[in-house]
Structure formats: structure tokens, C-alpha cells
Design a protein around this ligand. Structure first.
Ligand code: NOJ
Ligand code: CA
Length: 684
């Protein structure tokens, strides 16, 4: 209750004195919890009935006091008459091994503060907010226990605010564009005070130099969180949940535990990777034996459809034929790639496939595609098929068939699927990001796990660390990937795109970007550049190689047509590069400009470096002190060749070798739109 509302209740002087006495004591807290290193501090208090939290780092405000609470449909808000009635603190320190990823061992070391909250008045509804302070950020979530006054609920808004202490610069994509509420957009940059409605992870650089990333973890049965700007003049962002068709955001029955709201904090942009905050805020693995879960490189009957030389649908250009697939299997086997994705293998693609959602079968192959024979041919070559499941948003059609389909795949030894949700809405009118869709995606992951199947999801819900609990949730899209370079009229991805993705989308988790297009200009006579509007790739060829190291995915595609790799010495890098790492370090980077990242192979001594630039050329001097002292290495260097630049001369790659040790330094020159990829091969 505010003082003004209290004053309006003052009818007699005596009541006034009594009420104001309540106000004077109407404050609990602030209670504090600090990260193990003492630098990140969360404070929570209730004052005049409002519950607020704030965050400081090194004694300096990051989030100023920000409201917490909910509004409901059909019930009063939990917002204005809240008291902290209890609190509990605990500490936790644990290490575990991720079955695959950007690093082997994750340490979850945090201090926790739980505050119990009760509303004044007859209803007396109760909930708790749990805060965890880590050295790399903070997380908090609500817990609403089952109680008579709060059982079946319809949440109309989560009132969580993030009032930023400074007007930082944010890299953002919109969440409120009609028909564009998907994540496949180019990023913009601007002050937090100008943000309208944006997606997370939202990366913000404060004037003080602090790096802040707002996101969420452990999204299970709740809508995805967007962030809405309160007004143009404040720096206060509000949680904005993706709604059901009727406007309700969350429906269910208590107990309710919300996803964690996460605020990742780092002194330098380079320290944002590897991001493990969301992994720490997800439950441990539910899959006991993870040996069948295998990071991999794959090729696919895929790019041909995007550049129009093949079709998903049946007919003379049908890509998914038995003969074609055999060639892709042979190509994969010959080059040490272990997966073959086939799109357009199943019936339902004929006609307007985006509108065909109910026509898709996930078990019935086209007559020119011999599924069992191909699955066993692949197996005989040490390769696995990846079954494509485009739903066009037809969730009911997919869920009806899911068990049968996964059972079939399993019986054929197919251990991976790629899902897709190309549609404006899913399930007949639902948001891609609402509770309905979140539930569906979870069902897919859990069902797939039961059948021993790995998932690569396109048009997905954003990553909130699911892979900790379900390590068969391998990778996903959820941003503009390579495919945009194939389409005319879309403008393609500009040269700065991937160096923004690295510090934004990639802070959620792995991405199936599908790098490795070598035919950059798409079959133009040499020397003839395409116009800016025509479809083409806006990088050099060396940068395509570097993307395998920069943009992490446990399933990494060699996206081009096999014939475009023939006779290309640079393809050796794609053969060599791992998809599973023991450790990761960003040596240098600036959002939207460039990135230099090194990763250590898991189960081996080799290291790899990927460096990418935007539309500018740049030269960097890199210390190799990340290599273990005392081991000799040969650096196998794939650099932009003489005169290379993304626009007029993207193809030249110079491959060279030189002996190095941890004491060496290397000069890394990147062309305009260029990149460099290096394998540091340990010498025995
Ligand atoms: C969009 C996906 O991103 C792409 O990879 C796929 O080929 C098409 N949908 C068809 O499912
Ligand atoms: Ca897509």
C-alpha cells in the first residue's frame, strides 16, 4: 500500500496515526546475498507492500530496485500488499561433467537466499522468491505453492522488472513485429532507453564497461520471456510473456515454479563465453547412459532445395532420392562425417508445404526413397541418417505420429532428427513462444530421449539450458542462419552478422547455423561479382571455415553440395574440426566487429582457433600462451589469400604450416568480411 492510498483511508485522526505507524514498520529488508567471490550482490526488500530486488557488482548498482509480482485473470494481483515473512540462506558447490559441449567440467558455486512472501489481508496468498548469486551472474525465480487461495490460476502478467542503473547499449531483435515474431532477424543496436519489445538473450554493454546479459533458464511449462521497455525515457525493462491466443500468459494449477530469470555479468565481453549460467540453473541429466549421444558433423540433401536446384516435393528435381542419398552417404563416409540429413524424404511436401501441416507423414517415405535400405546402407558405412520432421506448425499432426515415427527411426538405427516449425503460428493459432509451444518442445525432447534420439530443432523456442537435463537436446536454430544467404529478396546476412550472433544468440546455447558454403558466389564465372541484392554469401571462404570454431554446435553441418568440396584443399579443415570441446576461451572480440576464439579438443591435445571479421579488414597479434607449455605444435593455418575480400574476391585461401609453442605469437590478418581458421596439431 502506498502512503497516498493509506492517507486516503484516514478518516479519523486516530486511524491515521495507527496506519502511519504501520507504514513506518512496513519494511522488511533489504536482505542480501553475495556471490562466492563477493562481487555480485542481490538485495531484496518489501517496502510499503511492494517487493523489490536489486543487483550490485563491486558495490555499484547494476539493477536498481525493481518490482516483482504477478497479475491474474479472475483474481487480484499479487503486487501491492506483500510482506517478507521469512528467509533462508544456503550455499552450494558442485562440479559435473557435461557429456558434450564447449567445456568438459562445469562448477556450480553459488549462495542462495530464499524469501517467503505473504500478502496482507484475508486472502493471505503466499509465495517465495529464490535468488542465487554466482560469480558470473545471478538467477531468481518464483515458487507458488499449492494453497486454497491460489490453486487453478491464469496469470495475465509477470511483473518482474529489470531497472538498469545505466543506459547501456543493447544488441536486440524485436519480439513484437507482426508475422515476424520469430528470431530470424538482423540485430540492431541502441540505448536501453529506446528499447520497445525485444527478445532474450539481451546483451547490454554499460558505459562503465560492465557486460550484462538478461535471459532465462529452465523453461519447462511457462511461456518464453521477452523484455518490454516501460517508456522511452526509462531504463526499466519488464518481463513480457508470450501469450495464449486468448491473451492469458500462463495457465495451470499450483504448485508453480517459474523459469529462472538470469542476469549474466562480466567485466569484459570476452568473458561472456563459455556461458554456463543457464546450465547451472537446470536440473541434472535425466539420461543415465549418454553414450548414444554423439556430437557429429553432417552433410545433407538441403542446400540444393534452398538454391532451387532440388525440391522437397516429388518430381523431376526431387532431392531425397535413394540414389542421391547413397551419394551423400558415400561422401560423408569418405570424409569422416558421420551424419546425413535428408529433407523431403517423407510425404506431404507437394503443393504449398507451409500450408500443408496436416498432410505430413513422418513415417511414410516418397516412393523414390527407400528408407530401410538407406538406413542400413548408412549403417554399413559408419554413418547415421538424420530424419527431417518439418511440421509447418502442425503440432497435433506431429504429436499424433511422434511415437510411431520415433519407434520406426529407432528400429532402423536412426538416432537423430531435425524438426521444423515454418509457420506464422503453431498448433492452429498459438504463438511460437507461448506456453503451448514450450510444452510441445519439451514433449519432443522427452519422447526423443525415450527412443534414443537426438534433436536439432529449427524455428525453436530459445535455448534455456535444457541440454543439462536432456543432453539429447543437441542444437537448434533460433536466429538467421546460412539459409538466408540462399534466398533472393531477403538480402542475406551482412558481414557483421556472425560477430553479433556470437555475443547475443550464442549466449543462449549451441546453434545449427550450417556453415561451410564454399560456392560463395553461387556459380558465377570467376571475377564477376554479384550485386548486393542477389543471393550469395557475404563472407570469404576462409571465414566459412572459422565459423566451425566460432559458432558452437554439437551437430555441425558441412552445408554445401558435395561437388563444391571436390578438389578443395580447404575442406580438410572441415574434416578435422571437432564438435566437442574440453575448453573454450575468447581471446579478443568486439560485438559486431570481430571475434577470436580458441577451443581445446575433447579427448585430444589439439587446439583450434577461429577468427572472424565484419566488413572491415583487421590484423591482430595473438599470443599462443593458451597452449600447454612444453608441447610442440604445428599450426595448420587457413587464411584469407592475397587480395581476398568478401565482396569481389571471396575465394582465395592460403594454407600454410608453421611450428609453434605456447611461447609463440601469431599475426592474424583478416580480410574485409574475412576469417581465419587454425588447427594446432600436437607433435608427438
Ligand atoms: C527452415 C529451416 O531452417 C531449414 O533448414 C529447412 O530446410 C526448411 N525450413 C524446411 O524445413
Ligand atoms: Ca529457419
Amino acid at each position: 500500500m502506498t502512503i497516498r492510498r493509506l492517507a486516503s483511508l484516514c478518516t479519523r485522526a486516530l486511524t491515521c496515526v495507527a496506519l502511519l505507524a504501520v507504514v513506518a514498520t512496513a519494511q522488511q529488508g533489504p536482505y542480501r546475498v553475495a556471490s562466492p567471490d563477493g562481487r555480485n550482490v542481490v538485495q531484496v526488500e518489501s517496502r510499503d507492500g511492494a517487493l523489490r530486488y536489486g543487483v550490485e557488482r563491486d558495490g555499484r548498482a547494476v539493477i536498481t530496485p525493481s518490482r516483482l509480482g504477478f497479475t491474474f485473470r479472475g483474481a487480484p494481483a499479487l503486487r501491492d500488499s506483500l510482506r517478507i515473512t521469512g528467509r533462508a540462506e544456503r550455499s552450494h558447490d558442485e562440479r559435473w561433467t557435461q557429456p558434450w559441449g564447449e567445456l568438459t567440467t562445469v562448477r556450480d558455486h553459488h549462495n542462495e537466499l530464499r524469501v517467503d512472501v505473504m500478502e496482507a489481508g484475508a486472502t493471505g496468498r503466499r509465495f517465495a522468491v529464490v535468488f542465487r548469486a554466482f560469480d558470473d551472474g545471478i538467477g531468481f525465480r518464483y515458487e507458488l505453492p499449492d494453497q486454497p487461495g491460489l490453486r487453478d490460476y491464469e496469470i495475465s502478467d509477470e511483473l518482474t522488472e529489470f531497472a538498469l542503473a545505466e543506459n547501456g547499449r543493447a544488441w536486440w531483435i524485436a519480439s513484437n513485429r507482426p508475422r515476424l515474431d520469430r528470431s530470424e532477424q538482423l540485430y540492431s543496436v541502441g540505448p536501453v532507453s529506446t528499447l520497445d519489445s525485444v527478445q532474450t538473450p539481451l546483451t547490454i554493454q554499460m558505459p562503465s564497461g560492465l557486460q550484462v546479459v538478461i535471459h532465462e533458464a529452465d523453461l519447462v511449462d511457462y511461456p518464453r520471456m521477452f523484455l518490454a521497455g516501460a517508456t522511452m525515457e526509462t531504463r526499466k525493462l519488464r518481463a513480457a510473456l508470450a501469450p495464449w491466443a486468448d491473451g492469458v500468459k500462463v495457465r495451470g494449477r499450483t504448485p508453480l515454479v517459474t523459469p529462472w530469470r538470469t542476469i549474466q555479468l562480466a567485466d569484459r565481453v570476452e568473458d561472456l563465453h563459455p556461458q554456463v549460467l543457464t546450465l547451472k540453473l537446470n536440473p541434472p541429466s535425466r539420461i543415465a547412459d549418454t553414450r548414444w549421444i554423439t556430437p557429429q558433423k553432417y552433410v545433407g540433401i538441403w542446400w540444393g532445395m534452398h538454391i532451387n536446384t532440388m525440391t522437397w516435393s516429388s518430381g523431376p528435381k526431387h532431392g531425397a532420392t535413394t540414389a542421391n542419398t547413397k551419394q551423400y552417404i558415400d561422401f560423408a563416409a569418405a570424409n569422416g562425417l558421420t551424419g546425413v540429413l535428408v529433407e523431403g524424404w517423407n510425404t506431404g511436401w507437394d503443393g504449398n508445404w507451409i500450408a500443408n501441416q496436416n498432410a505430413f507423414s513422418f513415417t511414410q517415405a516418397y516412393p523414390d526413397y527407400d528408407l530401410p535400405a538407406l538406413a542400413s546402407y548408412a549403417k554399413s558405412k559408419g554413418v547415421g541418417l538424420i530424419a527431417h520432421n518439418e511440421t509447418s506448425g502442425g503440432i497435433a499432426n506431429y504429436e499424433r505420429q511422434m511415437d510411431d515415427a520415433f519407434r520406426l527411426y529407432r528400429s532402423l538405427g536412426i538416432t537423430a532428427i531435425k524438426t521444423g516449425y515454418v509457420a506464422d503460428t503453431v498448433g492452429g493459432g498459438h504463438s511460437h513462444y507461448g506456453q503451448f509451444a514450450v510444452r510441445h518442445h519439451r514433449r519432443v525432447i522427452e519422447t526423443a530421449a525415450r527412443y534414443g534420439i537426438m534433436v536439432d530443432a529449427h524455428e525453436p523456442i530459445h535455448d534455456t539450458g535444457e541440454r543439462r537435463t536432456w543432453p539429447n537436446m543437441m542444437t537448434r536454430e533460433g536466429a538467421r542462419g546460412q539459409e538466408y544467404n540462399a534466398w533472393s529478396g531477403e538480402g542475406g546476412n551482412p558481414p557483421e552478422h556472425e560477430s553479433i550472433l556470437f555475443f547475443t544468440r550464442m549466449l543462449a546455447g549451441p546453434m545449427d547455423f550450417t556453415p561451410g558454403i564454399f560456392d560463395i558466389l553461387m556459380k558465377r564465372p570467376t571475377g564477376v561479382a554479384r550485386t548486393d541484392e542477389e543471393p550469395r554469401v557475404r563472407t570469404t571462404l576462409a571465414k566459412q571455415l572459422a565459423l566451425y570454431v566460432v559458432l558452437y554446435s554439437p551437430m555441425q553441418m558441412a552445408a554445401d553440395l558435395p561437388e563444391n568440396y571436390a578438389g578443395q584443399p580447404a575442406f580438410q579443415f572441415i574434416r578435422d574440426v571437432p564438435t566437442d570441446w574440453a575448453s573454450t576461451r575468447v581471446l579478443d572480440g568486439r560485438i559486431g566487429d570481430y571475434v577470436v576464439v580458441v577451443r581445446q579438443q575433447r579427448g585430444g591435445q589439439d587446439w583450434y582457433l577461429g577468427a572472424i571479421s565484419d566488413e572491415d579488414a583487421r590484423t591482430m597479434d595473438v599470443s599462443l600462451s593458451f597452449l600447454p607449455a612444453g608441447t610442440r605444435y604445428v599450426a595448420e593455418i587457413y587464411a584469407d589469400g592475397p587480395g581476398a575480400n568478401w565482396r569481389t574476391n571471396p575465394l582465395p585461401v592460403t594454407i600454410s604450416r608453421r611450428p609453434v609453442t605456447s611461447a609463440s605469437r601469431m599475426r592474424i590478418a583478416l580480410a574485409r568480411g574475412g576469417g581465419q581458421a587454425i588447427r594446432f596439431r600436437a607433435v608427438r
